[in-house]
Design a protein around this ligand. Structure first.
Ligand code: ZN
Ligand code: ZN
Length: 449
C-alpha cells in the first residue's frame, strides 16, 4: 500500500512537507519552512527559535516519527529514508536543518551551489543551518532508487535556478510532484520536459502547486526587461530596484535593461558571492553576467564590511574597480541603478535621492516567499524620500489557466492542490477535468492500493 500525508503547504503558500510511503520506505518531498506560522510567534533577527523544543511546543513542526533531530530520542527508531528537495527556496528546504543528520538530503547540483553560498553569507539560525547534513546531488536524467521507490528528478522553470519536479515510481503507480513551476517563464521548455515525461508515465496522482489565484500578473520576463528600460531612461534621479537575489532570470533582465539604458547596475556583496558560486555550474542553461566580466558593481554598505567573507570579496572587487559606496552613488545618481532590499534601505540616507528618483519593486506582492521586503515599511521610506513606487513582476508560479492545461494534459486520477491559499477556488476552477481534485487536509492519510 502507498500512503501520502501532507504536513505542510496545506492551505498556505510554502512550507511544503509531503510524506510518501510505500511499504516500509518513507521519503519526504520537500521539507520547507512555513513563514506564516513562524511569524505568528517569531520575528527576525532577535525573537527567533533556539531549540527544536521551541518548534514542538508551538506546533511549528509535527511529531513525525524518525525525521527530526530530537535530543534523547530512541536510537532504535526507524529514520525516514530520504528527503528530496525540489529547489532551495526557504519554504522548500529550510526545515531540513531540523532533520536527523543521518537522513540523506537529495538536492540538485545547482541548488547545492546556492546553499553553499547562503551558508557563508546569511545569518545562521537553527532553522536555516544546513551545515551538518548529508547532501547527495542529482541532475535531470538521474534515477534515484530509495527502498521500494524510484525517483526521477526533472528540471522545471521557476524563479530560482536548479528547480525540479519529481516523478516517483511506487508499487501503486507513478506519482508526480511539481514543486514550484511555471509555464510562462523564459525557460518554459524545462517545465515542458517535465510535463511531457510525466504524461508518458500516466500518473495516478499529481501533487501540484497552486500559488496563483488572486492578483495574478501576466507579464513575461522579456516585458519586465522592456518596461524596466523605459522607467530607467525616463528617471531624472536615482533608480532603486528591489528583487530577490536568487532569481537569476530577474537579475539578467534588470542587467540588460540597465545596459540598454546606459546605467550601471549595483548589487549587494552577498549577490556577488552567489554569482561566483554559480559560475562553477557549467550547465546553467543561459549565461549570467558575472562580476569582473560585465558592468556590474557592488555596494559596500555604510556599516562597512564586518565578516571575513565580505572583507575578502570586497578587496577582490576593489582591485577589479567594481566596488562603489553610497557617497559615490550620491554624486552620480543618474549613472546607477541600485538594488536595495529591506536591510539596505538606510543607504538612502547616505545616497540622498534627487527629485525625480524612483523605486521599482520587482518581486511578488503582497506575499513574498522569502520575506525579504516588508511592503508597508518600504512605503514609509519612499514617502520620506519622495520616490514613487512602480511594480514590475512576472510570477515564478504557474498561472491558473496553465495549471488547468497541465492537469488536462497529464490526466492523472487524482490532483492534490498544495502551496496555495486558495485551494477551494482552484478546485472549482478545475472541477470540469476528468481528474478528481483533492484539497488535502494536514496530517490526513491518503491511501493508494
Ligand atoms: Zn514555494
Ligand atoms: Zn519556490
Amino acid at each position: 500500500m502507498v500512503k501520502l500525508v501532507f504536513y505542510g503547504g496545506v492551505g498556505e503558500i510554502g512550507g511544503n512537507k509531503v510524506l510518501l510511503q510505500d511499504g516500509d520506505t518513507r521519503i519526504f518531498l520537500d521539507f520547507g519552512k512555513s513563514f506564516s506560522r513562524r511569524a505568528y510567534y517569531f520575528d527576525d533577527p532577535f525573537l527567533v527559535p533556539r531549540e527544536i523544543e521551541d518548534f514542538l511546543e508551538l506546533e511549528l513542526i509535527e511529531p513525525i516519527q524518525g525525521v527530526y533531530k530530537i535530543p534523547n530520542a530512541s536510537e532504535t527508531q526507524k529514520l525516514v529514508d530520504a528527503i528530496f528537495i525540489s529547489h532551495v527556496h526557504a519554504d522548500h528546504v529550510d526545515h531540513a536543518s531540523l532533520s536527523h543528520p543521518m537522513i540523506p538530503i537529495y538536492v540538485g547540483e545547482t541548488g547545492r551551489l546556492i546553499l553553499n553560498s547562503l551558508g557563508v553569507t546569511r545569518f545562521r539560525q537553527i532553522d536555516n543551518d544546513l551545515s551538518e547534513l548529508q547532501f547527495r546531488t542529482f541532475r535531470t536524467g538521474s534515477t534515484l532508487k530509495v527502498g521500494r521507490m524510484e525517483i526521477e528528478p526533472i528540471h522545471v522553470d521557476h524563479s530560482i535556478p536548479g528547480s525540479y519536479g519529481f516523478i516517483v515510481h511506487t508499487s501503486q503507480g507513478p506519482m508526480v510532484y511539481t514543486g514550484d513551476f511555471r509555464l510562462h517563464g523564459p525557460n518554459s521548455h524545462l517545465s515542458w520536459d517535465f510535463l511531457n515525461r510525466a504524461k508518458e508515465v500516466q500518473p495516478v496522482a499529481l501533487i501540484s502547486e497552486g500559488t496563483n489565484a488572486f492578483a495574478t500578473t501576466f507579464l513575461k520576463e522579456k516585458e519586465i526587461e522592456e518596461k524596466m528600460e523605459v522607467l530607467i531612461r525616463s528617471s531624472k534621479g536615482l533608480v532603486a530596484v528591489s528583487f530577490l537575489f536568487k532569481d537569476v532570470d530577474r537579475y539578467r533582465s534588470i542587467y540588460r535593461a540597465c545596459k540598454n539604458a546606459g546605467r550601471k547596475l549595483v548589487l549587494s556583496l552577498k549577490h556577488a558571492h552567489l554569482l561566483r558560486s554559480l559560475r562553477n555550474d557549467s550547465k546553467l542553461t543561459t549565461s549570467i553576467p558575472l562580476p569582473g566580466e560585465e558592468e556590474v558593481y557592488f555596494l559596500v554598505r555604510r556599516r562597512g564590511c564586518t565578516y571575513e567573507w565580505e572583507m575578502e570579496l570586497s578587496s577582490q572587487l576593489e582591485k577589479m574597480g567594481r566596488l562603489v559606496t553610497s557617497e559615490l552613488i550620491r554624486e552620480n545618481q543618474k549613472e546607477f541603478v541600485v538594488n536595495l532590499n529591506l536591510f539596505d534601505l538606510p543607504e538612502l540616507v547616505k545616497i540622498k535621492p534627487l527629485p525625480g528618483s524612483i523605486f521599482i519593486l520587482s518581486l511578488t506582492e503582497p506575499f513574498n516567499e522569502e520575506m525579504e521586503l516588508d511592503y508597508e515599511r518600504l512605503t514609509h521610506w519612499l514617502e520620506h524620500f519622495g520616490m514613487p513606487l512602480y511594480s514590475l513582476h512576472s510570477s515564478g508560479h504557474v498561472l491558473p489557466h496553465d495549471l488547468k492545461g497541465a492537469v488536462e494534459y497529464l490526466n492523472p486520477e487524482k490532483v492534490f492542490l498544495i502551496h496555495s491559499e486558495e485551494p477551494l477556488l482552484l478546485s472549482k476552477y478545475l472541477s470540469d477535468s476528468a481528474s478528481e481534485v483533492v484539497i488535502p487536509e494536514k496530517g490526513k492519510e491518503y491511501l493508494f492500493g
